[in-house]
Write a protein that binds this ligand. Sequence first.
Ligand code: DGL
Length: 266
Amino acid sequence: MKKSDFPIGIFDSGIGGLTVLKEICKVLPYENIVYFGDTARVPYGIRSPETVTKYALECIRYLLNHKIKLLVVACNTASAISLKDIRENVKIPVVGVIEPGAKAAITITKNKKIGVIGTEATVKSGAYRKAITEFLPQAEVFELACPLFVPLVEEGWTDDIIAYLIAEKYLKSMINKAVDTLVLGCTHYPLIKNVIQKIMGTVCLVDSAIETSLTVSKILNDNNLLKDNSISVNKKFFVTDSPDKFIAVGERFLNDKIINIERIAL
Ligand code: DGL
């Protein structure tokens, strides 16, 4: 098998990374994918940096046994905290979600006031702020944790009045800061984009999942690593807890069937 026909590996703390998988499949429909969701230990967003890195490296070691040609760290929390350690342990290209999201935000903003919403751990890490101000030092970055968005999305309450009220309460401070760009810095947030957009009005929302898929496509193109499109496409899912909930919620995320799934023990 040629290296270009190897799958793309996608790692996430659980189910949220499917939003990244979905965007990658839109731009690269012929690629094979191996997805790993650490569903037994999700959420990562409330854990300490040491724990996030330990968990992430354990999962990625497993993914690497599947001869992947590129690794996507779809989880914003793991990207924010552990990307350097992951890169030190992996010999293939590694794409995190922070840099693509940050770069998109700085090209969009006009007033240089950028908001970032994510998990507590992502916000605490300051990773988006660092990435944004590295590219645009004059930027003012306002980071905000919105921890209730993850369970809301997993419950499927994405268009519900409850989602609206919670989002309104969280985002009030962002409106007061007059940001013109808001980065959705968590895998789950693209699924409540409509509610967030209604509250934020004309503020431009940056979907890190879309930006990451474009980065992946560019790296594969630049390195002649695109799969031969005459070979059939395969998607394989590994989870660390029962696949039942992953399938039920994941099929809603993807709007597609999840069939090739296996529960593994690390
Ligand atoms: N995948 C996580 C992220 O994007 C959200 C869920 C979690 O806390 O593990 O930050």
